[in-house]
Design a protein around this ligand. Structure first.
Ligand SMILES: [Zn+2]
Length: 370
């Protein structure tokens, strides 16, 4: 029994240090580097690099420092166990199991079959700057509406071209133009929350943010009958704590990868070329469906954007489709009310549960052996 006790102590210590063992590598961008090249070099995906580093574009600058995320896959080597991999990648053993149903019955210390490829779960601690890069898909998004001038014209083009898009709407605008909001919903587009009156999110207290998001979502639901699970912070400004808080309330925070800057009043050719410049699988393109006054050429640019990207082989999908494959293994993370906070009390409780489960399994194994 003494032997078991000391083994358990070792096990406990190793479990407690799991999160501290995973060291984040960093990389300095060299001339000629692209996100794609770096992702290949480190066996990770472009979306993981873009999201972890909060890049508003896939363009890189020489000398820029990047954090390197975990690889997407791990090829099992002799001696690998779930415990070892959990500590290597800084994720809990239960998360490793959830990401790999084929090993769900293994106890954490049990040797895994050599050569099999395991998914390495991702920690989504930031907003989504980019979607799944494994498919040639792009999401068009339109912010700040609905209005009764540009939004109906955008809807008409999307309908003619057979494209489904995502509209991040302002609560106040939704209240003013319920018919247009209803039309967005009726025509199969996805509606997301963009605050009640275009707030600067990092300046809000938790309570203010919660109230704002709730009021806006209630307005959307009142008009369309549909709940929204997407949030886009105005100007793309949001901190990790707020992302995590909204995750717990069932929202995924969506930023973008290609900014058309259409609100500046630039000519349509520049809007088209802005999307073309950043076009890549997984890109979330930002445009607007509202403009207060002056020149605004999004409507003029839109058919061109669609035709040119289609000619290059891109498919248009809504934001949930674009990002859902990323979460494939972690769907439970984003179920409303079941948000997971890597640093909060839920995470601590989960860690303790993991440790207790690992203990039980270790004891069972030792008892059986002796
Ligand atoms: Zn906006």
């Amino acid at each position: 029994m003494k032997k078991i006790g000391s083994l358990l102590a070792i096990c406990l210590v190793s479990q407690l240090t799991v999160s501290h063992l995973a060291s984040a590598a960093s990389y300095t961008v060299q001339p000629g580097d692209t996100v794609k090249k770096i992702s290949n070099k480190y066996h990770t995906s472009q979306d993981r690099i873009v999201n972890l580093n909060k890049l508003f574009s896939t363009g890189l600058a020489d000398g820029q420092r990047l954090e390197i995320p975990n690889p997407n896959k791990h090829s099992v080597k002799a001696g690998d166990t779930i415990s070892k991999l959990s500590s290597k990648y800084g994720v809990s053993t239960s998360k490793m199991k959830r990401a790999n149903p084929q090993i769900k019955d293994y106890h954490p210390g049990q040797k895994l079959n050599v050569g099999q490829n395991l998914n390495v779960p991702m920690k989504q601690t930031t907003g989504y700057y980019m979607g799944n890069t494994s498919k040639k898909q792009i999401a068009l998004t339109f912010d700040d509406g609905p209005d009764n001038r540009y939004t109906p014209q955008i809807l008409k083009i999307l309908k003619e071209k057979g494209v489904k898009a995502t509209f991040f709407v302002i609560g106040e605008q939704a209240k003013q133009h319920p018919e247009v909001l209803k039309q967005i919903h009726r025509e199969g587009h996805v509606i997301g929350n963009h605050t009640w009156d275009h707030q600067n999110v990092p300046q809000l207290t938790d309570q203010e943010l919660e109230n704002d998001v709730q009021a806006t979502s209630e307005e959307i639901e009142k008009v369309t009958g549909a709940k929204t699970h997407l949030f886009r912070p105005p100007m793309g400004e949001i901190n990790d704590h707020q992302v995590s808080m909204l995750n717990k309330q069932g929202y995924r925070s969506i930023i973008w990868t290609a900014d058309t800057k259409d609100w500046e009043g630039r000519p349509s050719e520049q809007i088209v070329s802005a999307v073309n410049k950043d076009a890549a699988p997984g890109v979330i393109a930002l445009q607007h469906s509202y403009h207060a006054s002056g020149k605004f050429e999004t409507v003029k640019a839109l058919p061109e954007i669609i035709d040119q990207l289609r000619a290059k082989g891109y498919k248009f999908v809504t934001v949930p489709t674009l990002i859902d494959d990323i979460d494939e293994n972690e769907a439970t993370l984003y179920t409303p009310g079941n948000g997971e906070d890597e640093t909060g009390w839920r995470a601590t409780v989960q860690k303790i549960r993991d440790i207790i489960n690992d203990f039980k399994e270790t004891i069972n194994r030792l008892v059986k052996k002796e």
